[in-house]
Design a protein around this ligand. Structure first.
Ligand code: CP
Length: 313
């Protein structure tokens, strides 16, 4: 990274928009912020005087808690909002809701929404900074950044690694965001799962698509499992959970195909013994809880950089 590099974006919406240089700059900044959480006093004044609103219109554990902790560790003033207790329930539009929040001189809005593109739409219509905490099946940039941070920390690089992402790719914002970020940093990305959940169209973006688990695991440096979404089951994407688990679940038997130092990752929440056997999720190759720890550092970095742009156009 060149010393002259300057972050210039008021929003973080998607890794699709970012250059390799910008992604690397976030990861480098997160490395510095990780040290803050390892100190006795886990707080710095970087966002003192800034106000952040966390607006989660979809459920979340990891993302919501780590954004809030990240903001506290940066000394920001914080307001947490949920859809169910907001005037969205009275029929107020999303844009009106956010414009009213902005009228309170808020600097940053961290938002999760079930609709693809909701944060892009809001960012175009407000002057405060907008950070995407997950929109529909489209984008979850801070999840992919924390995944890449964890890979780089453990392996010392990303370029040239084989990263297999296995599961419900079709409905996964985590898979898309990882794909955009990892390809930009030079990884070989493989998507694997049933053909109904891993369409060949992804090959156009530069990933390898396969429908046999053995092919995905062969030579993999990283295996990132995605949650099988029980709610999709009624749509008939695969015959049964048992069937999925038998062909694509990671267990003690099929991890014998992996190299001894292959990382096992999962964004959470895990369906234990469906996509990932408990003994593997909690086993020596798993870095799942380290991903969560690193999420805090990555979110501190993103908040710091976006707020540093004034959070204003
Ligand atoms: N990985 C992730 O986004 O988890 P949450 O839905 O709990 O935030």
């Amino acid at each position: 990274m060149t010393a002259e590099f300057r972050w210039t974006r008021k929003d973080l919406l998607s890794l699709y928009d970012l250059s390799a240089e910008e992604i690397t700059y976030i990861l480098d900044t997160a490395e510095e912020f990780k040290k803050v959480s390892e100190r006795n006093v886990k707080k710095v004044p970087a966002l003192r005087g800034k106000t952040v609103v966390n607006f989660f219109v979809e459920p979340s554990t990891r993302t919501r808690v780590s954004f809030e902790l990240a903001e506290q560790r940066l000394s920001a003033d914080i307001v947490n909002m949920t859809a169910s207790t907001s005037s969205l329930t009275k029929g107020e539009s999303l844009l009106d809701t956010v414009r009213n929040i902005e009228a309170l001189q808020v600097d940053l809005l961290v938002m999760r929404h079930r609709a693809t593109g909701a944060q892009n739409f809001i960012a175009q219509n407000v002057s405060c900074g907008v950070i995407n905490a997950g929109d529909g099946a489209h984008s979850h940039p801070t999840q992919a950044l924390l995944d890449m941070f964890t890979i780089r920390e453990k392996k010392g690089r990303i370029k040239g690694l084989k990263v297999a992402i296995i599961g419900d790719i079709l409905h996964s914002r985590v898979a898309r965001s990882n794909m955009w970020g990892l390809l930009k940093l030079g990884a070989d990305v493989v998507f694997a799962g049933p053909a109904t959940l891993v369409p060949r169209e992804f090959e156009e973006a530069g990933v390898k698509v396969c429908h046999r688990l053995e092919e995905a695991l062969e030579g993999a440096d990283v295996v990132n499992l995605l949650r099988i979404q029980h709610e999709r089951q009624s749509a008939g994407f695969f015959p049964s959970i048992n069937e999925y688990s038998r062909f694509f679940g990671i267990n003690q038997e099929n991890i014998k195909r992996l190299k001894p130092d292959t990382l096992i990752m999962h964004p959470g929440p895990i369906n234990r013994d469906v996509e990932l056997d408990s003994s593997v999720a909690d086993g020596p190759n798993s870095v799942i809880l380290e991903q969560v720890t690193n999420g805090l550092a990555v979110r501190m970095a993103v908040l710091f950089l976006v707020a540093g742009c004034g959070g204003k156009r």
